[in-house]
Design a protein around this ligand. Structure first.
Ligand SMILES: [Zn+2]
Ligand SMILES: [Zn+2]
Length: 174
């Protein structure tokens, strides 16, 4: 959904959103998770002469693939949102006039804020880099590929310790 900043009155604009996860998913296709519905958010938008502040919280359930055993699992993610958009001057700044510092500011293009983009950006910051289905996940046997959470596969026991991390360590030592 999009919000026209002209609709933000002095007392602020409160949004209670239940987004369909699939509306956020197209942006998420680059990454490795699936957004399940609904994505809920409770936001307050405040406006000053120069800035728009978006604050609040969001929650959603994501489906990941475990980094160790590859099994799919769901995890609830709750995030705080605190974003500031600068309202670009009427006639726009020429790029040269922006200092390096200023280019890191979120400038609003036009009068609309894309709330879906705000939600997705926050979500992508909060997802784990190496999602695991549980802290005790034993992963897959590096020899036969069996899911070691289901029991021992019969390969030599010492082969099972920290499969991926052990491999990673070896790589780094070389
Ligand atoms: Zn796992
Ligand atoms: Zn095995």
């Amino acid at each position: 959904m999009k919000v026209d900043i002209r609709d933000i009155l002095e007392e602020g604009l409160h949004l209670n959103i239940a987004e369909n996860g699939s509306e956020l998913q197209p942006t998420a296709n680059k990454v490795d998770f699936l957004i399940l519905s609904p994505v809920s958010a409770n936001l307050t938008l405040l406006k000053s002469d120069e800035d728009v502040f978006v604050r609040g919280g969001m929650a959603s359930v994501l489906k990941f693939s475990c980094a160790r055993c590859l099994k799919e699992f769901e995890q609830k993610i709750s995030s705080n949102i605190d974003v500031v958009y600068s309202i670009a001057p009427e006639h726009g700044l020429k790029e040269k006039e922006l200092s390096m510092e200023e280019t890191s500011i979120n400038y609003l293009k036009g009068a609309e804020i894309d709330i879906n983009a705000v939600l997705f950006e926050q979500l992508s910051l909060d997802i784990p880099m190496q999602p695991v289905c549980g802290p005790n996940c034993k992963g897959l046997c590096p020899k036969c590929g069996a899911d070691l959470n289901q029991g021992n596969c019969g390969c030599h026991a010492t082969d099972h310790t920290d499969t991926r991390f052990a491999k990673l360590k070896q790589l780094k030592l070389k």
